[in-house]
Design a protein around this ligand. Structure first.
Ligand code: DHB
Ligand code: FE
Length: 281
């Protein structure tokens, strides 16, 4: 059976792609963010996952407000980046892992998560940036199964539901008939708000408690409703639902987790950024 080696999380601001493209990683503005990655890349170099399941949110690129699935799973042989701006100008398509996609879809639907199945799916910065951040050199060495969670148009799924989705994904990975090594990734957050009266809102105290909870008390954030999460983390901070799904996946695959490394830095653009790696133990 496949082995779930751990979980990764990172923020996904489009401007990061621009910084990568222009080689700004060591500039004073960017360094505190990019410095979070080398210890995690080293761990990935030792563990060498073959496949990643990516929890991310589409920002109106593949899905728009007229058709917005709550949960959607990619089942394509490759995923093209079609993000419209700010980021890395050209990226080769990312290779899919079709066999795991269908195993995931079948398992999730059996477990009453009625996901939307996408045999074609364009991806945006939320899916492409984590891959470039964790594997910056050359072609992407992992295949990908994108799992899209709606954090864009209300009603959004609850924190509890996203954690449960993650658990079901973890079970599916562990029961996948393959000798491949799999990692789960959360793309998004932490606190940020891009629009309205509270644009620029950041909540460091909540973010730090949330990061801590992922190691010590993973269900902590499931006590909050989505509206409470928006209040505490901002309209886009609710992207932290991805981190709960990622952590839920690890909860089924292991007795516990070890924090390999984490980093928190304010701000990049409008966002409080975090990066983290958790190893299953
Ligand atoms: C920003 C953050 C995001 O999560 C996003 O999807 C787009 C922009 C930002 O802070 O600029
Ligand atoms: Fe976003």
């Amino acid at each position: 059976m496949a082995q779930l080696i751990g979980g990764l999380g990172t923020s996904h601001i489009p401007a990061i792609g621009n910084a990568i493209h222009k080689g700004l990683q060591n500039e004073p503005y960017w360094k505190p963010f990019f410095d979070g990655f080398p210890p995690i890349r080293q761990w990935l170099g030792e563990k060498k996952p073959d496949v990643v399941v990516m929890f991310y949110n589409d920002h109106g690129l593949n899905f728009f407000l007229d058709k917005m699935p709550t949960f959607a799973v990619g089942a394509a042989a490759q995923y093209n980046n079609a993000d419209e701006g700010w980021g890395i100008p050209t990226l080769p398509p990312f290779p899919g892992e079709v066999d795991l996609s269908w195993h995931l879809i079948n398992t999730l639907i059996e477990q009453e998560f009625d996901v939307t199945t996408c045999q074609e799916m364009l991806v945006d910065h939320a899916c492409t940036l984590p891959l470039k951040l964790f594997w910056p050199e050359g072609d992407c060495p992992v295949t990908v199964v994108p799992v899209c969670i709606n954090t864009v148009q209300f009603p959004l799924p609850s924190a509890k539901r996203c954690y449960a989705l993650g658990k079901a994904v973890g079970q599916a990975i562990s029961s996948w008939d393959s000798d491949k090594k799999v990692a789960v990734i959360a793309s998004g957050g932490l606190s940020h708000q891009l629009d309205g009266e509270r644009a620029g809102f950041i909540n460091k105290a909540f973010d730090l408690q949330f990061i801590e909870s992922l190691t010590t008390n993973p269900e902590w954030a499931t006590q909050f409703s989505v509206h409470e999460l928006v209040e505490k983390t901002g309209t886009q901070g609710v992207e932290l639902l991805m981190w709960l799904a990622m952590r839920g996946a690890l909860a089924t695959a292991s007795a516990g987790v070890r924090r390999v490394h984490s980093n928190y830095h304010i701000p990049i653009s409008n966002t409080a950024t975090a990066v983290m790696a958790l190893e299953t133990v």
